[in-house]
Write a protein that binds this ligand. Structure first.
Ligand code: ZN
Length: 299
């Protein structure tokens, strides 16, 4: 691999012949993972750098924890418990949580790129409900799944007002809560556009809002709906009591989210405190779900 000077303006500042401008210049020991890292010298600008300079973990002192933390957060462990298990401070876990989420989003975007060439013909989508801080402040997670492989393609988190018995309590306690799901669905369908065939087959439940938003971004799409069944056993709301559930892939995926992300458990002490926290956690889990839990085969 040909090394390049990390300074992007190196060539404009010091124009000249291109050959032999980067040479080895010793190495250093990186205590955080016990590796010897080679250093290099740019002959053109005289600056030195190492093979780790441009990597995302650059200057991290606990890089060894990145991978185990990703596994824990995708396996139903809370951030606090992860800090205890990994013997680090909670703040370290929070920083790593945000770092992992950013990396996961970049990886997911790279992974999605392959569907730009061979676009998808079948999509299942639906909304999963959770809340931030209290049940009085519900959030809606719109999710798109490729039904054959159960890979998660896209999600959007939108705030919505409380429904049912809680609506009055929520209004009295926290004031009116705008319903931002329409904007979320717009982003959702628009983001999926490059990866889905224009006449693809979309399957969802009978939510009356879906057709309007779907048709706006995918006018030629075939939209089929199916009546949502009732949850099979108490606490398994996602797995329906139907003989044959056409939305099985999506419902199964939602059940996996509920089983593997502590904040989405049906009965838990753990709640989402901020919308961004939920988005970050979903980003981390979805990477693990697509990469490991549903197998490497991506069809
Ligand atoms: Zn240089």
């Amino acid at each position: 691999m040909k090394r390049q000077c990390p300074d992007s303006e190196c060539f404009t500042k010091f124009p000249g012949p291109d050959s032999g401008r980067v040479v080895r210049k010793g190495s250093y020991f990186r205590p955080s993972d016990g590796q010897h890292i080679p250093r290099f010298l740019c002959r053109r600008c005289g600056k030195t750098f190492s093979s780790g300079t441009r990597l995302p973990c650059y200057r991290q002192k606990k890089r060894k924890l990145n991978h185990p933390l990703k596994l824990l957060l995708s396996s139903g462990v809370s951030q606090r418990r992860a800090a205890i298990l990994l013997r680090v401070n909670r703040k370290t876990v929070v920083r790593k949580f945000r770092f992992l989420a950013t990396q996961a989003r970049l990886e997911h975007a790279r992974w999605l790129k392959k569907f730009e060439d061979r676009k998808l013909a079948f999509i299942q989508f639906d909304d999963l409900e959770t809340s931030e801080h209290t049940k009085c402040k519900p959030l809606s997670v719109t999710l798109a799944v490729e039904p054959r492989t159960r890979k998660i393609l896209e999600f959007q988190v939108s705030q919505m007002p409380a429904k049912g018995l809680l609506a009055r309590v929520a209004l009295a306690k926290y004031g009116p809560r705008p319903d931002l799901r329409a904007a979320g669905w717009d982003r959702f369908f628009s983001n999926l556009k490059p990866h889905v065939l224009s006449d693809a087959d979309w399957l969802s439940d009978q939510n009356p809002h879906y057709p309007r938003h779907l048709k706006r971004h995918h006018p030629q799409a075939k939209h089929r709906t199916t009546p949502g069944g009732r949850g099979s056993i108490a606490g398994q709301g996602e797995l329906k009591k139907l003989v044959f559930d056409p939305l099985f892939s999506l419902n199964h995926t939602c059940a996996m989210l509920r089983a593997h992300m502590n904040r989405l458990f049906r009965r838990t002490w753990c709640t989402t405190k901020t919308k961004q926290g939920l988005i970050d956690h979903l980003s981390i889990y979805i990477r693990y779900h697509n990469e490991v839990l549903t197998g490497p085969c991506t069809g």
